[in-house]
Every structure is written in C-alpha cells, then in structure tokens.
Design a protein around this ligand. Sequence first.
Ligand code: NAD
Length: 257
Amino acid sequence: MSHIQGKTFVVTGGNSGLGEATTRAIVEKGGKVIVFALNEKRGEAIMKELAGSVFWPGPTDVTVEDAVISSIEKGVERFGKISGVVNCAGIGMAQKIVSKNGKPQQLNNFERVVRINLMGTFNVCRLIATHIMANNKDASEKEEDPGVIINVVSIAYVEGQVGQTAYSASKGGIAGMTLPMARDLAGHVRVCTIAPGMFQTGMSNAANDLFFERHLIHPYRMGKPSEFAHLACAIIENPMMNGEIIRLDGAIRLGKL
Ligand SMILES: NC(=O)c1ccc[n+]([C@@H]2O[C@H](COP(=O)([O-])OP(=O)(O)OC[C@H]3O[C@@H](n4cnc5c(N)ncnc54)[C@H](O)[C@@H]3O)[C@@H](O)[C@H]2O)c1
C-alpha cells in the first residue's frame, strides 16, 4: 500500500468542486496539498481553513509553463518534495460546430478548451513528473513507484453530447495519453485517469429530471465530489493501479440528448 500520510500532492483546480473534495480527502488522510488554480479568494480561504496542510502559492494558470514551475518551487519550499498530482483543473463549453444560423464555431473557442483541458493537463504532468524523477533517482530499483499522476476526463471522452466537440476532443486527448505516459514514466510515476459521469459541482448544475430519467441507472442521483475524491485516494494508495482509465459514473450511458 502506498501512503498518503506525510506526503505532498498537487491538486489542480483544488479549491473547487471535485478538486476541492480531493484536497480535503488527502488532508484527512494526513497528506499535504499544494493547490494550483485561478480563484484567489477560494485559494486563500482553503489555505486558511486547512492551515498547515494546504498551500496556495497564488493563482497558477496550468497552461503557463513559468507559472507552474514557480508554483512547484514555492510549494516544495513550503512542504518539501512532491509525490504526485491530481489534475482537476478544466473548463466546459457547449457550442455546436455549426450554429443555428449557419455560422461555424470559432476556432479560438475550440482552441481555448483544448488549451486549458488537454495542454494544461500535459503541462502540469511533464513538470511534476520531472520534479518527481529528479528527486527519486534510484526509484526504478524499488518495488513501488515514488509518484502518481491522476488525470481527469469525463464520460464525454467517448459519449460526447450535442455541442461537446471541443470538450470531448480535449478529454479524449487526455484519455489517450494515459497509457503512453505510464509507459514513459515506468518505475517512477504511475498514471491513471478518472472519467466521471455527472457530479454535483458548479460545472454540472445543468442536469434536470428528464436527464435523470433518460440516463441514470444506479444510484439514481448525481455523484458526490467526496466519491470522486475517494477514488483518487484509492489510486494513490494502490500500487497496482497504473495505465488505466476508470469510469466513475453509476453505470450512466448517454444517448442523444
Ligand atoms: N462535475 C462533473 O459532473 C464533471 C463530470 C466529468 C468531468 N468533470 C471534470 O472534472 C474536473 C473538475 O470539474 P469540477 O466539476 O470540479 O468543476 P469546477 O469548475 O468546480 O473546477 C474546475 C477548476 O479548474 C480551475 N481552472 C480552470 N481553468 C484553469 C486554468 N487555466 N488554470 C488553473 N486552473 C484552472 C478552476 O479555477 C476551478 O477551480 C474538470 O476537468 C471537469 O471537466 C466534471
């Protein structure tokens, strides 16, 4: 069993929704969290509430190399070396490829979603993995990997809805990186991806009774952020979890909405 107790993890988007629940779960298990996100007020607030266990280095845009490097350095100075990352930062967007009045979706809207979700995730992965490998040079001789990366997609990576071409493309890209990244980092960092269904966060309050009736199987409700955090911690703790994309969705299967 890998341990969370006494270790430090980065959680991107760790001050809201699924990321915040993950921050809280890691802290409950005796770990420390460096939060990489944008909302300063929420970042300061969670650092104050969980003082000594959570560090907010200031706003960190996951797509910006210098910002991520600087926040890794500040975090390491505060809590010591980093053992992993849970990449929850992301955005959604609903826009059809051709609008009702015949206009093509703007390329920069598509690019923004792919930039934040896919490139932002990759940017953080490559910089955290570099840090972990530099700090654990003899790792491949040990039985257990010293690091873990958990990325977050959505069931939309395979079951995208109307208007989700950009979101699904960004999440499909992350899903596709899972196995090659696990292979690249073998002996140093395990890599898994969680594909949530519908979870109760600010991003997902669009679900209504009709949606529930059509798509939910069991449990007949949205997921709780704490249930996502439970799986993230289980992946950190279980050394056999590697190279896998795990749906966490109560067997939801989406048709055409
Ligand atoms: N809630 C759901 O039902 C659901 C379902 C499937 C997948 N997801 C995925 O889970 C992840 C978390 O979503 P959530 O529901 O907690 O939403 P959320 O909006 O509460 O959290 C997203 C976080 O990402 C941060 N963020 C956005 N752009 C950023 C950037 N450039 N740099 C740094 N941080 C940035 C935001 O500040 C926020 O803290 C997302 O990747 C989302 O796509 C959510």
